[in-house]
Design a protein around this ligand. Structure first.
Ligand SMILES: Nc1nc2c(c(=O)[nH]1)N[C@H]1C(S)=C(S)[C@@H](COP(=O)(O)OP(=O)(O)OC[C@H]3O[C@@H](n4cnc5c(=O)[nH]c(N)nc54)[C@H](O)[C@@H]3O)O[C@H]1N2
Ligand SMILES: Nc1nc2c(c(=O)[nH]1)N[C@H]1C(S)=C(S)[C@@H](COP(=O)(O)OP(=O)(O)OC[C@H]3O[C@@H](n4cnc5c(=O)[nH]c(N)nc54)[C@H](O)[C@@H]3O)O[C@H]1N2
Ligand SMILES: [Mo]
Length: 780
């Protein structure tokens, strides 16, 4: 049994802890020898793109950038462990359902296509031909193509994603729920409305020139460790790093670069954040509005005293719309409301307003702490308002930086994985391919679950990911998936979604990024787009985990061939040489003109970003200011009105040892948690107010307006630096608490960061949460 303890982490993020963890990862996966070579190929021009996260690399050609969690992601894929047919024969689905997510992941790489056999309740081998024939038969039998759902997770390459959307649209539906729906969808929606492009506007060079970097709701020490290098360099130059996070996150405080001998001797750990605002969960909009109020008042004072203006009035006049109404709304806002909802004092926000005013170039970064709320789109518009006040978009060192998650989630959207495609894009597909694409919008993630639940969709195909665990309302989602006639998962590893299956079910094992993709035309590379719109090549270097694996593009092409026998697209020919797929991509997207040639440049190329050129593709032709009230009727407010009991606002977050639903280990080093996953981070005074003590076990019940009870059981109270009334716990164990009906306005992202809950002493009642088996508190 591994150690279980809660112990404050005193060291900087990175440093020896990171190195030790990496060594353990490599040895643990039995790849110590080939491991070094594999790691050195990550993010190199002739190597593969790290499947860890979407943070870009300097020129994509710099010396090996050390990243502990990138190593974990690579090691997880390059592991020598195998989940073979023999394993599945010995483990019926019913017994696998009792195992933890850690156990499932730990079985290693899938080795051959499998089909569910109801007689034995096991997955048994099936030939690829039969697997594709099964898919074709089910899809063709549907009375309406809209009864099929095609999910995408964000590791899928541009080439695979392009073929996938083409196949599905030729088949006849826009049902493309994707992980983005649960992730940065509000960033796309908010930025498009404000500045006319749904992506970030900055590049890494801007990080070298910024003098203030604001970070909202993001934990880079764990989720984007390579970002810490940029932040450290910026901090060293004297840039102000201003963090907004309810939790004290070590990576935002101090960082020692594992590559620096000085730092490793303890001499050079760097302080990252110059200002750290521990605001209330969901309080960002209020906090930013307070900062803006201060900036406007400072501008008033400048005007009154004949000083130079604080606002960039020339930029506002030439480039923006809606300024007057926006300013009037800010002026009318009371500090009382701002302080109450942000949970921060006026003076603190005014001081940060001064930091903002003093900076010549400001970057605003954000992550899931911003997007997974009911009011996320409004909050992102408020972040953009802040940037626009002093013209911090479209000039060096400044801009918007939503930090994307999966390594190609941005590219998948660029390729058309989107349930609401534009008519112009569909026209183009029709013209290039001579097909008739469907015009109605498709299902997003929530609509897809509802459709399966209500019997309106009966085939689910997942291109990567772990739909059953990543989505909200676990019990509802699982029941919905079980109603399907067919569920198909294209995967590298076993996960819970394979076990929550339809009447027929297939697991199709695919190559990972690290592996050589050999086709008739030789070894193939694929392309990905990072969080800063850089597109570059990724080529695997390891032999495939098994001889029976197919690449994702090959799987898509053969699904298409089996489903659309009359298609005029040469599906199988495209697979021989991926250059042919890229030629089609450039015919559909003007930004990809000369795609294959451009890729020959090490580091690839950047896609055009109109906002960064101050060209505004909005209906007004300008960047838009949006007046936004501070919301006071959110689910948390409503819940607190419903009951006199203590109601907490729960944010579900990632531990240091997980990749989304993939659990690598049981520790969360920087937060001082070892050997546990079922924990609740909570303020000491709140523990007392509950009449409990740290180390007690509690059950969490969410308070929802739909009258249903959602509960997850047996979580350990961990005292933590977090505001009162706010708590945090890990995803996916807590997903069952999020009602399907609770999502972001306009963007429909589940509200995974603001769930009203009550805490009660743990009772050993029958568990109601269907994820309860994922909770093994210790490793066997
Ligand atoms: N190692 C590793 N890397 C990853 C992932 C992984 O699971 N593991 N996942 C990838 C993916 S898909 C994504 S989207 C990203 C996710 O990366 P992050 O956006 O960092 O994701 P979270 O862990 O959900 O953490 C969000 C942070 O927001 C804070 N927070 C919670 N509520 C609020 C709030 O109301 N306001 C503010 N200001 N802060 C809040 C939390 O305390 C936490 O520090 O990382 C990617 N990279
Ligand atoms: N409560 C709560 N819920 C959340 C979140 C949260 O913060 N809180 N975060 C949300 C976010 S930001 C996201 S992005 C989603 C993530 O949702 P998903 O993207 O659906 O989930 P992952 O856990 O990233 O998927 C892991 C699986 O992908 C497969 N896989 C790995 N590599 C490859 C590959 O190269 N090819 C293929 N085909 N398969 C591969 C493996 O089988 C692995 O089990 O979850 C969302 N859900
Ligand atoms: Mo994500």
């Amino acid at each position: 049994m591994k150690t279980q303890k809660i112990e404050f982490y005193r060291h900087p993020a990175g440093g020896w802890g990171a190195l030790k963890s990496v060594a353990t990862q490599l040895l643990g996966h039995g790849i110590a020898a080939k491991g070094a070579k594999t790691m050195l190929s990550a993010n190199q021009p002739d190597g593969f793109d790290c499947p860890g996260c979407a943070w870009p690399d300097r020129d994509h050609a710099s010396t090996f950038e050390f990243c502990e969690n990138g190593v974990k992601a690579v090691a997880a894929e390059a592991t020598s462990r195998r989940a073979t047919a023999d394993f599945f024969r010995k483990h019926p689905v019913a017994s696998l359902l009792q195992e933890s997510d850690f156990f499932l992941e730990d079985q290693g790489r899938l080795t051959e296509p499998l089909a569910y056999d109801a007689a034995t309740d096991t997955y048994v081998p099936i030939s690829w031909d039969d697997a594709f024939a099964t898919i074709g038969r089910h899809l063709r039998a549907l009375p309406d193509p809209d009864q099929a759902i095609f999910y995408t997770s964000g590791r899928t390459s541009n080439e695979a994603a392009f073929l996938y959307q083409l196949f599905v649209r030729e088949f006849g539906t826009n049902n493309f729920p994707d992980c983005s729906n649960m992730c940065h969808e509000p960033s796309g929606t908010g930025l498009r409305s404000s500045i006319g492009v749904g992506k970030g506007t900055v590049t890494l060079d801007d990080f070298e020139r910024a003098d203030a970097i604001f970070i909202f709701g993001q934990n880079p020490g764990t989720n984007h460790p390579r970002m810490l290098g940029e932040l450290r360099d910026a901090a060293k130059r004297g840039a102000r790093i201003v963090s907004f996070n309810p939790l004290r996150e070590r990576g935002l405080e101090r960082f020692a670069n594992p590559q620096s001998p000085m730092a490793m001797l303890g001499l050079g750990s760097n302080f990252i954040s110059t200002d750290y605002h521990q605001l209330r969960i969901g309080g960002d909009l209020a906090a930013i509005k307070g900062i803006i109020k201060h900036v406007i008042e400072a501008d008033d004072a400048a005007v009154a005293s004949g000083q130079p203006r604080v606002l960039d009035t020339a930029f506002i006049a030439e480039h923006t719309n809606g300024f007057d109404a926006f300013v009037a709304d800010v002026r009318a806002e009371s500090w009382e409301t701002i302080e109450a909802e942000a949970g921060l004092p006026e003076a603190q926000l005014r001081a940060t307003g001064d930091t903002y005013i003093a900076a010549k170039a400001v970057i605003a970064c954000w992550g899931m702490g911003i997007t997974q709320h009911k009011h996320s789109v409004a909050t992102i518009q408020m972040i953009t308002n802040l940037l626009l006040l002093r013209g911090h978009i479209g000039r060096p060192g400044a801009g918007a930086c939503p930090v994307r998650g999966h390594s190609n989630v941005q590219g998948d959207r660029t390729m058309g994985i989107y349930e609401q495609p534009s008519q112009a894009f569909l026209d183009r597909l029709d013209a290039v391919f001579g097909i008739q694409t469907p015009r109605a919008a498709g299902f997003d993630t929530i609509a897809a679950i509802e459709a399966m639940r209500d019997g309106k969709a009966s085939v689910f195909i997942g291109m990567g990911g772990n739909f059953a665990s990543a989505t909200p309302d676990t019990a509802v989602t699982e029941a919905a998936l079980r109603q399907c006639a067919l569920t198909v998962h294209v995967s590298t590893k076993l996960n819970r979604s394979h076990l929550v299956h339809g009447k027929d079910a297939l697991i199709l094992p695919c190559l990972g990024r690290t592996e050589i993709d050999m086709q008739a035309g030789g070894a193939q590379g694929v392309t990905v787009e990072d969080s800063m719109s850089m597109v570059h090549l990724s080529s695997g270097i390891n032999p495939p985990a098994s001889d029976h694996l197919l690449s994702e593009p090959a799987i898509v092409a053969r699904m298409a061939k089996a489903t659309l026998p009359d298609s005029r697209i040469d599906w199988l020919g495209l697979i021989e040489d991926y250059d042919r797929i890229r030629v089609l991509i450039e015919q559909v997207f003007d930004d990809f003109a000369g795609f294959n040639d451009k890729l020959r440049h090490p580091g690839g190329f950047r896609l055009r970003n109109t906002a960064s050129e101050r060209v505004w593709n909005t209906p007004t032709g300008k960047a838009n200011f949006f007046a936004q009230p501070i919301p006071r009727d959110l689910p948390i407010h409503q819940a607190r009105q419903q009951t006199d009991a203590l109601v907490f606002n729960l944010a579900t977050v990632r531990s240091h040892d997980q990749y989304n639903t993939t659990i690598y280990g049981m520790n969360d080093r920087y937060r001082g948690v070892y050997g546990h996953r079922r924990v609740v981070f909570i303020h000491a005074d709140d523990i007392r107010a509950l009449g409990m003590k740290a180390g007690d076990w509690v059950d969490l019940t969410s308070i929802d307006t739909d009258g249903k009870t959602r509960r997850v059981d047996r979580f350990l109270l961990v005292e933590y630096a977090i505001p009162r009334g706010c708590i945090a716990s890990y995803y996916p164990e807590t997903n069952g608490l999020v009602p399907l009906s609770s999502f972001a306005d306009q963007a429909r992202t589940p509200t995974s960061k603001s769930i009203p809950v009550m805490l009660t002493p743990h009772h050993a009642h029958a568990r109601s949460d269907s994820t309860s088996t994922t909770d093994a508190d210790t490793l066997a």
